[in-house]
Design a protein. Structure first.
Length: 263
C-alpha cells in the first residue's frame, strides 16, 4: 500500500491533503470499535474536491492511510495543539465525539505508536520536506495550502456550527500578511461564512513548515463538510454543492496562490 500519491507541479504552490486517506490494514481495523469502523473523522472526498489542482501547475500530495493509523497533522513528540481543549494524539485513541477507537485491551502501546510513526508518519513528512525544500531552492519560495474538512457540528471539539471556511496561519506567523489577505479575500467574496485564525489556527503541518523568513508560507484551510457532501453515513459526495465550492472558492484560491508565488 502506497503511503501517498504525489503529483509534481511546475509552480511554487503545493496542495497537501493529509487526512482524506481511508486505508486501514484489516488486522488493525479488527481492533476498532463499531463506532470507529466507518472512520467517521476522515476528511471525506477532499482529494476529489482538489483533483483539479493537477491541471493548474501546483503540486499535489495526498495521504492514503487513515488518520486513525497515524495523524500526519500532529507532532510525533505528542505536543498539544490546543492546550486546555480536547485534542487527538499522533496515534489517536478517541474519535472526535470522544468515543474509543479501540476495543478494550486492543489499544496500541508505546512501542506500536513509535513503529507507526516510523512506518507512516516519518516517510510522509520526509516527502513533504523534500518537495518544500526543492520548491524553495528552485523558486526562492513555496506556498503550501494544507487542505482539510470536518463535520460542521462536533460538540466535543467546539460549540455551535463551524463557519464554512476556516483559514489558519497560527495567528499570522506562518504566511506573509499580503498572501493571507488574498486568501481571505477569495473566501469572503464567496457566499460562504469565513473566519481567520478562529477555532482552527493551523495544525502541526502549518505550524512546523510555515516559516516566511525562509520563503516557506503555509496556510491551512478547514472546510465544513456540509458545503460539499452529506455529513452522515455513508458520507456521500454532493456533486452540485462540490462544484459550487470549487467554482467560487477553491479554483480561484489556487489561482491566486500561484499568481502570488510566481510574482
Amino acid at each position: 500500500m502506497e503511503l501517498y500519491h504525489y503529483y509534481p507541479g511546475t509552480t511554487p504552490v503545493i496542495v497537501n491533503i493529509p487526512h482524506a486517506g481511508t486505508h486501514v490494514p484489516p488486522q488493525l481495523k479488527a481492533r476498532f470499535t463499531p463506532e470507529a469502523q466507518s472512520l467517521p473523522d476522515t476528511d471525506w472526498h477532499v482529494e476529489r474536491l482538489y483533483a483539479f489542482v493537477r491541471d493548474t501547475g501546483a503540486h499535489l500530495l495526498v495521504a492514503q492511510n487513515s488518520r486513525y493509523m497515524v495523524d500526519l497533522n500532529r507532532n510525533k513528540a505528542a505536543e498539544t495543539l490546543y492546550p486546555g481543549q480536547f485534542n487527538t494524539e499522533v496515534v489517536p485513541l478517541h474519535t472526535f465525539d470522544g468515543k474509543p477507537i479501540y476495543l478494550k485491551g486492543e489499544e496500541p502501546d508505546a512501542r506500536e505508536v513509535q513503529e507507526r510513526i516510523a512506518a507512516y508518519w516519518q516517510p510522509y513528512h520526509n516527502k513533504l520536506q523534500k518537495v518544500l525544500a526543492g520548491t524553495i531552492e528552485k523558486y526562492g519560495r513555496a506556498v503550501l495550502l494544507d487542505a482539510h474538512s470536518i463535520r460542521s457540528e462536533v460538540p466535543q471539539l467546539f460549540e455551535g456550527v463551524l463557519p464554512s471556511l476556516s483559514i489558519g496561519t497560527s495567528g499570522g506567523e506562518t504566511a506573509a500578511a499580503d498572501l493571507t489577505e488574498k486568501v481571505l479575500g477569495v473566501c469572503e467574496a464567496s457566499p460562504y461564512s469565513t473566519v481567520l485564525n478562529g477555532r482552527f489556527k493551523g495544525g502541526y503541518i502549518t505550524r512546523n513548515y510555515g516559516k516566511p523568513d525562509i520563503g516557506s508560507h503555509v496556510i491551512q484551510l478547514e472546510m465544513a463538510q456540509k458545503d460539499y457532501m452529506h455529513e452522515g453515513e455513508p458520507f456521500e459526495y454532493a456533486p452540485a454543492k462540490a462544484a459550487q465550492m470549487q467554482r467560487l472558492v477553491l479554483k480561484p484560491l489556487v489561482e491566486k496562490l500561484i499568481h502570488w508565488a510566481m510574482h
